[in-house]
Design a protein. Structure first.
Length: 354
């Protein structure tokens, strides 16, 4: 089977047509087994699938409409109401008999509308799957100027389970940064319109005295620094805002903070090796204690008990790996890919109900 996934900042491919790559036993369990789909492990019933069987695979964070009879069985496990009013069950990390299980695999023949699709095809829209987004508190959401400018991509990171081939690239300058569990923010200067702006995940926010993202931008003088460093360019820095009153503050830190992770200048992502000193000083923590993993399994086990660098008593959510000297890399099959991916701790996801 050929499965191509490139790391680009696009909408998530939450539902895809896939093939069961492997099936293995779970110690002390006789009615369930572990199925491997891309880099994901999913617990399924014995006999439900065989290696090579086609299926539709739904990733965690998918909201599956429980009024669709094929998803109705999930209603008993809980349902949420999405922003557009639909009721659905949200897929989250689970653990059965010690085996992590992420996402849902259902036989392809339940989905006549996608029966013809080849493995790897994204069927998120056809099957009407949407991503569950937790509500954003008012202090962060602020008053909206408009959507995030189109020249600034969302701050998404692809999961290692979806880009395992990236572990085989030739580069030897990968570095791990800690993934801080807060909310995404973007600070930009656009000389063509004379705008200095601040965006949350999706929206461009009007300046206000008490909006958290704006306050942090002023505290670190981000707009002045951007303007002074790239005077004639459209430039943006992106980072995580975390701390008190943000996402339940899982790191239990005092105050509110900004950790920078991405810089974009005139449409291109700047490799970390080209960052100015002030940006390095504001960076999310580097995790030089980690070695570049050689497999998905190793990547996951390396961070399983990782402690946060900003809050040493707390577990870290995970890491984001970046190449120091390049913003894109070539995968072994020749496809270009963003030189970045995330590895999230399954233990952390389970604990935080994601
Ligand atoms: P999804 O996987 O659906 O995109 P999400 O948008 O909630 O989920 P996360 O799983 O939180 O994304 O992972 C990507 C986000 O991680 C980025 O949008 C960014 O806000 C945040 N982040 C935190 N720390 C880092 C870091 N060190 N490097 C890059 N991104 C980071
Ligand atoms: Mn994202």
């Amino acid at each position: 089977m050929l499965c191509r996934v490139t790391v680009t900042a696009t909408e998530r491919r939450l539902a895809t047509v896939e093939t069961i790559a492997d099936i293995g036993p779970i110690p002390d369990a006789d009615s369930i087994v572990r199925a491997r789909i891309r880099g994901w492990d999913v617990v399924v019933k014995v006999g439900e699938f065989e290696v090579g069987d086609p299926c539709v695979y739904f990733e965690i964070d998918s909201l599956l409409d429980v009024t669709d009879p094929r998803f109705a069985f999930l209603a008993a496990r809980g349902a949420q109401t999405a922003a557009d009013g639909r009721r659905g069950h949200v897929l989250k990390t689970a653990r059965l008999r010690g085996q992590y299980s992420q996402g849902l695999a259902l036989p392809l023949n339940l989905f006549p509308e996608v029966l013809e699709r080849v493995p790897g095809t994204d069927v998120t829209t056809v099957l009407d799957v949407v991503k569950w987004e937790p509500p954003v508190p008012a202090q962060i959401s602020g008053v909206v100027r408009g959507p995030r400018p189109s020249w600034i991509p969302a701050t998404d990171e692809e999961r290692i389970q979806n880009v395992a081939a990236i572990l085989e690239t030739e580069r030897d300058d990968w570095i791990a940064t800690e993934k801080l569990d807060g909310t995404s923010s973007t600070y930009y200067v656009d000389p063509s319109t004379g705008t200095s702006g601040v965006c949350g995940r999706n929206w461009d926010l009007l300046e206000s005295e008490d909006n958290t993202l704006w306050r942090l931008g002023r505290r670190h003088r981000l707009h002045e620094l951007i303007e002074a460093t790239w005077p004639d360019a459209r430039a943006a820095v992106q980072g995580e805002v975390y701390g008190e009153a943000i996402q339940a503050n899982p790191l239990k830190v005092h105050g509110q903070h900004f950790g920078l992770f991405t810089i974009r200048v005139d449409g291109a992502e700047l490799a970390r090796g080209d960052w100015p000193d002030w940006a390095l000083e504001l960076s999310v923590p580097l995790r030089e204690d980690l070695r570049f993993p050689s497999s998905v399994t190793e990547a996951l086990s390396d961070i399983d008990g990782l402690r946060s660098a900003v809050s040493p008593d707390r577990p870290a959510e995970g890491v984001v790996w970046r190449a120091l000297g390049a913003s894109t890399v070539q995968l072994p099959d020749g496809t270009p890919s963003r030189a970045s991916f995330k590895v999230l701790s399954n233990r952390y996801l389970l604990k935080h109900d994601r």
